[in-house]
Design a protein around this ligand. Structure first.
Ligand code: PLP
Length: 433
């Protein structure tokens, strides 16, 4: 094919989906491979979903780590219906506001793992990462230190796929092909769980570093819990070099690690926290940046405050905020975060069934309901995820051939107890193949 002309023949030859949805461009997908091979999820109830073929599947990954309170909650649908019927949304630019956004911001500020938090709403995790990246750079400009622009992330880190997220990505495949080394300039990466690597970078370049962004437990990068002492060391290094600490809790926020926030579980004292998924359990797209007092101060002071020139039409979307309220009500009323903490040892016991399996390299975690089963071979992990559909398990393989085990907080005790054995049976089947 020459120039930029479309190769119509190649498009026409692509596999036929055999029905509706031929136009849907899927995320992170090789389209020719998925067109006639989609898994269409039709409905959900509790920790299970049903696909178009009527198969009942345990949602082992809670979708993409969002469906914490489980599927099919009428209460959340009712909250959305009531708010939409009254006022679907109104924007929050300038002096405009809507009541669910105002009330949710106060509620989040009270729950946040940083005192006196201010809340900037977004439409999801990538939005939150980009918003925070702009904010920390603006913060240093307001401090009279505009040279502090570099944002440091870890290898294996994932902060969404907008422009900043792409540039901050620690997963190489997500960075390539969008321009120079970093689509947004002035980013840097350090080793995943080696504080010495961060120390070495800050020793030389600390004066130009605005912030370190990190997931307390790496998610997409392969479910990597922090080694003992690592996060404490990062916190201390940030303090010593006057670098902001931004904790990406898009997965961990709202209970996944058995504490409302991973920052609390790991005794971190972040300057900024990113949230999304679990805030609504995926019933509506919503994210937020929780901003600590220091970073907020220049933008909130009474006298000549700086203006954060940033905004999203759906920042504080009223219906999404109403859904978030209902979701938090469920979390609190059913004590689901406490349930995750109490059941973590049960998940660990369940996954112990995989110990010594020839295809398994390592079981990572669990930290709360966040674990990964790393297989020895990436292709095997893909095959296992596919075979799961015939074993009643909806699985997803992430970086390095790791199967995510991050069930809804409401997973039944029997499903939790038998999950490891079911995974083992699934892998045994592959072994025989
Ligand atoms: N940050 C982390 C840690 C994530 O896991 C994700 C998504 O998986 C994101 C950011 C991006 O969130 P979204 O896909 O909602 O834009």
């Amino acid at each position: 094919m020459s120039g930029t002309a479309i190769d119509h023949r190649a498009v026409a030859d692509a596999p036929d989906a055999g029905g509706a949805g031929r136009a849907l461009w899927s995320s992170q997908a090789s389209m020719a491979d998925v067109l006639d091979d989609r898994v269409v999820i039709e409905r959900g109830e509790g920790a299970h979903v049903w696909d178009a073929q009527g198969r009942r599947l345990l949602d082992v990954g809670s979708g993409l780590w969002f469906c914490n309170v489980g599927h099919g909650r009428r209460e959340l649908a009712d909250a959305a219906h009531a708010q939409m019927a009254r006022l679907a949304t109104y924007h929050t630019f300038g002096r405009m506001a809507n009541r669910p956004a105002l009330e949710l911001a106060d509620r989040l500020a009270a729950l946040a793992p940083l005192p006196e938090a201010k809340v900037f709403f977004t439409s999801g995790g990538s939005d939150s990462a980009d918003t925070a990246a702009k904010l920390v750079r603006r913060f240093w400009v307001e401090q009279g230190r505009p040279e502090k622009r570099t944002i440091v992330t870890r290898e294996g880190g994932y902060h969404g796929l907008h422009a900043y997220g792409t540039s901050l990505a620690g997963i190489e495949a997500n960075r390539e092909g969008y321009g120079s080394d970093s689509l947004v300039p002035e980013t840097a990466r350090v080793a995943a769980d080696d504080a010495a690597s961060l120390a070495a970078l800050l020793e030389v370049r600390g004066g130009e570093v605005a912030a370190v962004f990190l997931e307390a437990v790496i998610g997409t990068g392969g479910f990597v819990p922090p080694p003992d002492g690592y996060l404490d060391a990062v916190q201390a290094l940030c303090r010593a070099h006057d670098v902001l600490l931004v904790v990406d809790e898009v997965i961990t926020g709202f209970g996944r690690t058995g504490a409302l926030f991973a920052s609390t579980r790991f005794a971190l004292d972040p300057d900024v926290v990113l949230v999304a998924k679990g805030m609504t359990s995926g019933y509506a797209p919503l994210g937020a940046v929780l901003v600590g007092a220091r970073v907020a101060a220049p933008f909130w002071r009474a006298h000549e405050p700086a203006v954060f020139r940033h905004g999203l039409t759906y920042s504080g979307h009223a219906t999404a905020c109403a859904v978030a309220h209902a979701n938090l009500d469920v979390l609190e009323r059913e004590r689901l975060v406490e349930r995750v903490a109490a059941r973590e040892p049960e998940l660990a016991r369940s996954l112990a069934a995989l110990d010594g399996h020839p295809l398994v390299a390592e079981v990572r975690g669990p930290v709360g309901f966040m674990a990964g089963v790393r297989l020895r071979d990436v292709a095997t992990a893909e095959r296992a995820a596919r075979a799961g559909l015939d074993h009643g398990l909806l699985l997803r393989a992430v970086t390095g051939g790791t199967l995510g085990v991050c069930p809804p907080f409401t997973i039944g005790d029997e499903d939790l107890r038998t999950l490891g054995a079911r995974l083992r049976a699934l892998l045994d089947g592959l072994d025989d193949a």
